[in-house]
Write a protein that binds this ligand. Structure first.
Ligand code: SF4
Length: 467
């Protein structure tokens, strides 16, 4: 391990300090965060950013994201932007509109843009029939030039997987998958309306491996109704026998006033904050003991996985899909509510399906809001990136990169770090800011100290809790 990143070897789970800092906070899949985007015309800025990219950075890595919003049934914990339906025909209509959106974007480029990464997310991407998935891939491959080694990933719901879908995806070059599991206990699954036998998940995972999917992620959630330390223990024991390359461990945020499906969950079934913390502790210590590397935020990976290697080499990135290995990659996002980032411009499509369709009927890019980053946004984004991806910020390098005096520029922010320093979460020296092993589970608390919008905001209650 290179000496400059050796601090990443250590991670310390201190329940007392984690409980003390529990509160709402952004996940920083972008900075500024999406709630800062401004409603209104952003098409001209987005198109300018696409043209600038073509003129100056056409060889740089480009990621594509396609949002497929349909779900056959609704999991009660879910806070995603999805549409519940059993009508597969709705996906045909959606694909018609995606085709229009792709054509509008392609028209801004003189040649098919090179794509190094594709992610299909949702909703439930496997809601689509095999014919619909084939049509989608054909549309994408006609408009974009996929590199031979492109990372292609998809979110898989084992309950909604048609015969032959995994084979079809493998034929189209998919090499990564993320499987929603959450918890294997039948009582927990019943309480969240997601019945998914362990054997089914295992079959999909093993089939994926046999077909050449080289990195498989499992999503787990702690804090669900009817969950306890013992259900968590049992779930982890089974999951670890499968040895997925990556595990994402998310905290369930019970916000029934904001997310209608959560109203189906009985408050009495929700574990207490103490139980939830005990589950988190158990999960973290179990995963570390099983040889998983803590990547950051909610993510763990086996040491040989690309994410763990990128962490060790100091090349880890963070984007709308969470952690990534692709360096500072532009992202074209397609579909309802999808968020793109090209150069200094963020832009988000309409969140309501009919608004998305209406804009495309009018031959307009379906953008509803966005933001062109200021220089201050870019500087703070870089600082937050270093802290979340490398757990360290090298002050002399940062000053050279941005042509500024760090201590002067961040006087207020550095003062905000003092309490965290007293609690042993962070060390500030003349040359660096280092998140300590004790602070790594609270890295976003450190990042929040550099978020100018939070400082100016009236409230941050709309963000998820830290644990
Ligand atoms: S968790 Fe996934 S499958 Fe369940 S409702 Fe949400 S998006 Fe749909």
């Amino acid at each position: 391990m290179p000496p400059q990143y050796s601090h990443l070897a250590g991670v310390e789970f201190d329940p007392e300090v984690i409980a003390r800092y529990d509160g709402s906070g952004p996940r920083y899949t972008s900075y500024p965060t999406a709630d800062r985007f401004i409603e209104g015309p952003i098409v001209a800025q987005y198109v300018t950013a696409l043209h600038k990219r073509q003129d100056a950075r056409s060889g740089a890595a480009l990621s594509l994201y396609v949002h497929l919003p349909f779900c056959d049934t609704v999991c009660y914990y879910c806070a995603c932007n999805k549409i519940a339906t059993k009508d597969r025909g709705r996906a045909d209509v959606y694909l018609d509109y995606l085709e229009l959106e792709i054509a509008l974007i392609r028209a801004e480029f003189s040649a098919a843009p090179k794509v190094t990464q594709l992610h299909l997310g949702g909703g439930t991407p496997t809601f689509l029939t095999n014919a619909q998935l084939s049509r989608l891939m054909q549309m994408l491959k006609q408009a974009f030039a996929f590199t031979l080694d492109a990372e292609c990933s998809i979110e898989i719901d084992p309950r909604k997987l048609n015969d032959g879908t995994l084979e079809l995806l493998a034929d189209h070059g998919f090499n990564r998958m993320s499987i929603g599991v959450q918890d294997l206990d039948p009582a927990v699954q019943k309480a969240v309306n997601r019945l998914q036998p362990a054997e089914l998940t295992q079959t999909v995972l093993e089939k994926g491996r046999a077909l050449g999917f080289s990195s498989i992620n499992l999503d787990l959630i702690y804090g669900l109704p009817k969950q306890s330390v013992s259900t968590m223990q049992a779930t982890l024991s089974t999951v670890l026998t499968w040895r997925p390359e990556r595990i994402a461990l998310y905290s369930y945020a019970h916000l029934p006033e904001r997310f209608m499906p959560q109203r189906r969950i009985a408050n009495a079934d929700i574990p207490s904050a103490t139980e939830k913390l005990a589950m988190l502790k158990l999960a973290v210590t179990t995963l570390l003991a099983a040889g998983y590397v803590y990547i950051g935020m909610d993510h763990f990976a086996l040491p040989e996985d690309d994410l763990a290697i990128a962490l060790e080499h100091g090349t880890l990135q963070r984007n709308f899909q969470g952690y990534s290995t692709q360096a500072d990659c532009d992202l074209i996002a397609l579909g309802v509510s999808a968020i793109s980032r090209i150069g200094d411009t963020y832009s988000q499509n309409h969140r309501v399906l009919l608004d998305y369709y209406k804009a495309l009927d009018e031959k307009q890019l379906p953008l509803a809001k966005g933001l062109v980053m200021t220089r201050d946004d870019e500087i703070r984004r870089a600082a937050i990136h270093d802290l979340l991806c490398q757990s360290t910020l090298n002050i002399p390098s940062f000053e050279r990169a941005w042509g500024m005096n760090f201590t002067t520029y961040f006087t207020h922010d550095l003062a905000q770090l003092q309490k965290l320093e007293c609690d042993g979460l962070v060390e500030v020296t003349e040359d660096s800011i280092n998140i300590t092993p004790r602070g790594r589970f609270l890295a976003r608390i450190v990042a929040m100290r550099f978020d100018r919008y939070l400082r100016e905001a009236k409230s941050i209650t709309k963000f998820s809790r830290v644990i």
